[in-house]
Each structure stands twice: as C-alpha cells, then as structure tokens.
Design a protein around this ligand. Structure first.
Ligand code: NAP
Ligand code: MG
Length: 399
C-alpha cells in the first residue's frame, strides 16, 4: 500500500517521561507504516529545554505560528523536586504556558466517549467541551508575602503620568497579596475563538464568571462577550438555532451537572484548568480527553489533557510492564493530521485521521484496553493489555 503523502510539515513537540515513550510507539506503529510523515521536530523534553535555556519552547511556538498546526506531547513543568532530579539551571516555566502566551489562543477540551465507560453523571449522553481562556489571571500574577502591618494598594501609572490608586487592604499583621491582570485584546480573542468554534461545531456556547462579586474584573469578561456576540455572531447563531448563554459560575456548575451535554462551556483560565480535570474524571478518565489550542489567527496545537504519567515511567525504567493509556495522545496526532489535511486540501490525510480514531475506539469497544479503562469498563468481555500491546491492537485494525 502506498503511503499517504504530506505537503506541509506538522510542528512536532516531543515531551517527557511515559508520554515520550508512547509518542515513539505511536509514530512507529500507527503513523510511519501508513504516512510519509513530514514534521518539523522540536524536543521539548526537559533535558533539551534546559540545554537551550528554554529557547526550544519559544521556537516551537513560533513554528506553530508559521505552519499553523502543531502536535504536542505532555511535558514536565519543573518544580523544586524536578530541578534536583534533572539538575536544572533554572526552574523553567510551564511550556504550555509559554506556548499559550505566544499563540494567545483558547484551549478546547472534550471527552472521548466509548461504550463501556459510562460517565459518573448518568444524564451526560453527549460530550461537554470546555473552552479555557489561555492568557493571564493567576497564571501571570505577581505575588507577595506580607510580613507585617502595612497598607497595600493597587497603583496604575498611565503613560501621561496620571496615577490611580485603589486600596487593597490595611494589614494589621502578616498576610498575602496577589496582583493579576488581563487584556481586552485577549478577552476579545477568547470570545471570538469560542463563538467561531461554536459555529464550526454547531454547539451552543455557555459562559460563566463571578461578575456579581468581581464587578470590574469578571464583569468586563461578561460585557466583552456580550458586545462581540451582539455585534458579530448573533445572527449566525440564530440562523443555526444555537444559543449563547451567560450565567454566574456557581449557577453554571449546577446546570452542567443536570445537563445532557452537547455544548461548549467557556471558562476563565483558572476555572478551565480545574473544571476540565473535573469533567475528564467525571466522564471516566483523564486519559480520554482531547485538547486543542486554537489561536485567533487560526493556528491549532493539539495535545493530550493529561501529564507525563510519572509513576508509570518510573515503573517502565525499572523494566516493569506498564499499562498506560495512549488514547489522548493518539487523538492529538489524529486531530493535527486531520486539520493539516483540511488546510492542505489533503483528503487522504484527513480520512486517515478518521480511521485512526475509529480504530482506537473500536479496539476499546471490542474489549482490548489499558488498565485504567479496564478498572472502570462495564463491558462483559474485556482484557487489560500493556502500553505497547494496546497500540499494536489498534494497528491490526488499521490494516
Ligand atoms: P499525570 O501525568 O496526568 O498523571 C496522574 C495520574 O493519572 C497517573 O499517575 C495515573 O494514575 C493517571 N493517568 C494520567 N494519564 C494517564 C494515562 N494516559 N494512562 C493511564 N493513567 C493515567 O499527572 P502527574 O503525575 O501529576 O504529573 C506528571 C507530570 O506531568 C508533572 O511533571 C506535570 O508537570 C506534568 N503535566 C504536564 C501536562 C502537559 O504537558 N499538558 C499536564 C499536566 C501535568 P495511576 O498512577 O494511579 O495509574
Ligand atoms: Mg490542570
């Protein structure tokens, strides 16, 4: 069988630990045999990030801006323990954070539904897609430990020298402080990414913040969304019969639990971080969640929503068998290949992505799965296989 040809390369961002092992398995077993794979390779493994003073992360993000489509492996965000473990020059920032800041996009996360893995919330019969704002707030905050009594103020000095002050707190004793920001441009981009994605996927869009308490910060998010909706997207939404709907974050949480799914839930940066993990777990497994960063200028970066699965990696290093679920990483590749195919008018490539996803789902629904799904699957016939065997079982369904 002739291999599928590609015209434009994918930006390939390799990563760390168990997901780095899976990355290579996927390429060897599921991609190289079928595609003449073209990628521009960036090694975001922690060792090479350290060697390049994290330049490689920046380069990979700029390459994504150039080519339009990237696929990313999970990477370690260093903490003190990692600095020691890898003898790092510095506690490098989260690569995802760096890439998101450069692309200024929105992350969309959706569960992969399979027979046998029923959501904990019985009425969720369709996926709920989380749209997470990828810029600012607590992720770009300045923090301070207050050692004793004193006055804390927000101070803004305009370019013309005008000073505006707002009292934060008159401290009588020790405490803590945090200053965060966001940008109208970024919130507008976030809103446009969400409305566009809702139209593309023909799903309603929900948005929620805490505007009753945060009357300027969160309220600005609400106002910007409403204005952009009214001026740019309302008629298209009405034409498609889909709804844009704003509510308070606590009301949204209650409605989400009672809903059937089938919509996009737009969240501020922190809410999206937390709620996507909650939804992934409630849908069955963090390893069954897709994630794509969409930038307002139309760049796409696909990844898995989970981390580098450190505990499994240490078992792997000891020569013990692992049963790590590769589904989210496979769907990162299929998502990127499909989008590349769409942009290049390469139908064969997009169709291969569909086949790869179908084969993956069929493998699980026919009873072959990794340990995490085996534990929760309600299928009558099921077997638990190791990391590589699962990927090979998918391959047999692709031939
Ligand atoms: P994790 O890698 O998501 O794994 C946490 C636990 O979830 C695992 O120990 C495993 O549970 C289960 N799990 C996650 N993915 C799985 C999969 N594909 N198959 C089977 N089980 C899976 O989170 P972590 O261990 O807290 O973080 C490890 C590293 O990942 C950290 O250094 C963190 O910085 C990084 N991280 C990266 C990203 C990213 O690049 N997108 C996101 C999050 C975290 P059991 O051990 O019980 O089997
Ligand atoms: Mg998280």
């Amino acid at each position: 069988m002739a291999k599928i040809q590609m015209t434009t390369p994918l930006v390939e961002m390799d990563g760390d630990e168990m997901t780095r092992i899976i990355w290579q398995y996927i390429k060897d077993e599921l991609l190289f045999p079928f595609i003449d794979l073209k990628t521009e390779y960036y090694d975001l493994g922690l060792k090479y990030r350290d060697e390049t003073n994290d330049q490689v992360t920046f380069d990979s993000a700029y390459a994504t801006k150039k080519y339009g489509v990237a696929v990313k492996c999970a990477t370690i965000t260093p903490n003190a323990a990692r600095v020691k473990e890898y003898d790092l020059k510095e506690m490098w920032k989260s690569p995802n954070g760096t890439i998101r800041a450069i692309l200024d996009g929105t992350v969309f996360r959706a569960p992969i539904l399979v027979k046998g893995v029923e959501p904990y919330v019985k009425n969720w019969t369709q996926p709920i897609t989380i749209a997470r704002h990828a810029y600012g707030d607590v992720y770009k905050a300045s923090e301070m430990i207050v050692s004793g009594a004193g006055k804390a103020e927000l101070v803004f000095t305009a370019e013309d020298g005008t000073v505006t002050k707002e009292l934060i707190h008159d401290f009588k004793g020790p405490g803590i402080l945090q200053g965060m920001h966001n940008l109208n441009d970024s919130i507008e981009n976030f809103a446009r990414c969400c409305f566009t994605y809702a139209i593309d996927t023909r799903q309603p869009l929900w948005f929620a913040t805490k505007d009753t308490i945060s009357k300027k910060y969160d309220h600005s998010f609400k106002d910007i969304f409403q204005e952009i909706y009214d001026n740019e997207y309302k008629s298209k939404f009405e034409e498609l019969g889909i709804e844009y709907f704003y509510t308070l974050i606590d009301d949204a949480v209650a409605r989400v639990i009672r809903s059937e799914g089938g919509y996009i839930w737009a969240c501020k940066n922190y809410d999206g971080d937390v709620m996507s993990d909650m939804l992934a777990t409630a849908y069955g497994s963090l390893s069954m969640m897709t994630s794509v960063l969409v930038s307002p200028d139309g760049c796409f970066e696909y990844e898995a929503a989970h981390g580098t699965v450190q505990r499994h990696y240490y078992r792997h290093l000891e020569g013990k068998a692992t049963s790590t679920n590769a589904v989210a990483t496979i769907f990162a590749w299929s998502g990127a290949l499909r989008k590349r195919g769409e942009l290049d008018g390469n139908k064969e490539l997009s169709e291969f992505a569909d086949k790869l996803e179908a084969a993956t789902i069929r493998t699980i629904e026919e009873g072959t799965m990794t340990g995490d799904l085996y534990m929760i699957s309600s299928l009558e016939y099921k077997e638990s296989v190791n990391t590589l065997e699962f990927i090979q079982a998918i391959r047999t369904r692709l031939m």
